[in-house]
Design a binder for this molecule. Structure first.
Ligand code: DQA
Length: 145
């Protein structure tokens, strides 16, 4: 079974960007973390990052045809993108939303997530370990379905 892990804008700078908020591990570390956790349950990972909304939406459409679950850190599009919510709403598999930081502890414009209206679970504030927790929970959801 295939799980898409999608990452939104500026996450290519993970490890270099505001390390006091997002930590020192890189997006490549996140990919390895996801692959290792998925491997424990025999799941395959398709991992992408983009700074462009349309590209993320394209991958959601692709996942809709080919995958059994999706984990997404929509980054700033969390707070702005009805289009991404609509794309996710067109999918019937489990969707888990991840934020490295606790968005509820930060500026008020980060408190609302459009994506949460579709997410089956939301993880925030666990650092990049949140991706591993998401993958673990995804394996549980998929084996139950
Ligand atoms: C983020 C939180 C968002 O508010 C922010 O725009 C990001 C990253 C997180 O992982 O904590 O780029 O999604």
């Amino acid at each position: 079974k295939v799980i898409y892990v999608l990452n939104g804008p500026n996450l290519n700078l993970l490890g270099k960007r505001e390390p006091e908020i997002y930590g020192s591990r890189t997006l490549d570390d996140v990919r390895l973390l996801c692959e290792a956790e998925a491997g424990k349950s025999g799941l395959q990972v398709v991992f992408h990052q983009s700074n462009a909304e349309h590209e993320l939406i394209g991958w959601v459409h692709e996942a809709r045809e080919t995958a059994q679950g999706l984990i997404i850190n929509p980054a700033a599009y969390t707070h702005t993108s009805i289009a991404l919510l609509d794309a996710l709403s067109a999918c019937s598999f489990p969707v888990i939303e991840v934020h490295i930081s606790n968005i509820h502890k930060r500026e008020s414009f980060r408190h609302h997530s459009y994506v949460s209206a579709r997410a089956d679970a939301v993880i925030a504030g666990c650092g990049v370990d949140g991706y591993q927790l998401a993958m673990q929970h995804m394996a549980t959801l998929i084996s139950a379905s």
